[in-house]
Ligand binder design. Structure first.
Ligand code: ADP
Length: 313
């Protein structure tokens, strides 16, 4: 099946700087593509080019088969875009916001009402129809924004940090909804800072300073040589006294990298170092060691490793 989103050598220049540089990727239909990267790395600019809102300086892109440069009205009609600054009208009710956006999308009166019902049912907003948008919690505001972006039944949905600033329960509820949409065949393009959200995506791209430095499934990224260096082994060590154990771990000559996760140390050590050796070298500082287990890189390890490798280069 042909890709729903295709970007080829996409480049955007502001002044003399490429804020998006030679970015190439594809997103297949019905998948959730996670687009990650530090602040200012070019995520929003990429989305805006794909939505036909910002013209690329070089390269091409198509969405739903429409060229973003020459067919931007068709692109915009076939996509939903929930931007970071998506503005709901606080002094309008939920129902009135849906009607307002339905009109903005050019839906006729009958379809506006029908679609408002459908997206309300989908997002669970039904009981809040008469409530002023400004009185909704952060999570429900995001769901209303999502409902508005879905009114015209787009085939592709772009979401720019949809869960920024909402609580974990609301975050999960929103992700359940996104899975639901993908299950119905919609293609989703999502930017996020949350590593657990990245784990839910079918494929990932990582952009750093305008360059797409990694692209693939999570398992593919985990086995990149920067992330899983040949000649190393990763252990999770669960300890009683985390800070002294961390300080001690940093001093060990075979320790390539060490990070704290709650009560665990994630240690990247030279091959040949056994779990018994690591335990023996940490026990005095750690007080008690509950377990030492071989592990693979976490998604956070993946992005830390990629970012460091890139910064070093
Ligand atoms: P992200 O979404 O990853 O945080 P952005 O795409 O918003 O990153 O921005 C990438 C870079 O481009 C930033 O350095 C930003 O300041 C710059 N930038 C974005 N939009 C403009 C613009 N309209 N004019 C000039 N610079 C811009």
């Amino acid at each position: 099946m042909s890709a729903t989103i295709v970007a080829r050598h996409l480049t955007k220049r502001y002044g003399d700087r490429d804020v998006v540089h030679d970015v190439t990727f594809e997103v297949s239909p019905g998948s959730i593509f996670g687009f990650l990267g530090p602040n200012g790395s070019g995520k929003s600019t990429t989305i805006k080019m794909l939505c036909g809102l910002v013209e690329p300086n070089a390269g091409q892109a198509s969405v739903n088969g429409f060229d973003v440069k020459t067919q931007s009205p068709q692109v915009r009609r076939s996509i939903g875009y929930m931007s970071q600054s998506f503005s709901l009208y606080g002094d309008l009710t939920v129902r009135e916001n849906l009607q307002f956006y339905g009109r903005a999308y050019g839906l006729d009166a009958g379809r506006r009402l029908g679609r408002a019902e459908e997206v309300s049912a989908l997002t669970g907003l039904g009981p809040y129809a008469a409530q002023l948008a400004q009185t909704l919690s952060g999570g429900w505001k995001q769901r209303l924004a999502l409902a508005c972006a879905l009114l015209h039944e787009p085939a592709v949905l772009f979401l720019d940090e949809p869960t920024a600033g909402i609580d974990p329960v609301a975050r999960r509820a929103l992700w359940d909804l996104l899975f639901n949409l993908a299950g119905k065949g919609m293609t989703l393009f999502v930017t996020t800072h949350y590593m657990d959200e990245a784990e839910r995506c079918s494929a990932l791209g990582y952009i750093y300073d305008g360059d797409l430095i990694a692209l693939g499934t999570l398992d593919e990224l985990r086995s990149l040589p920067h992330v899983d260096p040949p000649g190393t082994v990763r252990y999770r060590v669960t300890v009683d006294r985390i800070m002294p154990a961390f300080a001690q771990a940093q001093k060990l000559p075979y320790m390539r990298d060490v990070t704290i996760f709650g009560r665990d140390l994630h240690c990247l050590v030279e091959q040949g170092i056994t779990s018994e050796r690591l335990r023996a070298d940490l026990i005095e500082a750690a007080g008690t060691i509950d377990s030492v287990d071989r592990i693979g890189p976490s998604i956070e390890d993946v992005f830390v490793a990629l970012t460091r490798a890139r910064a070093a280069a």
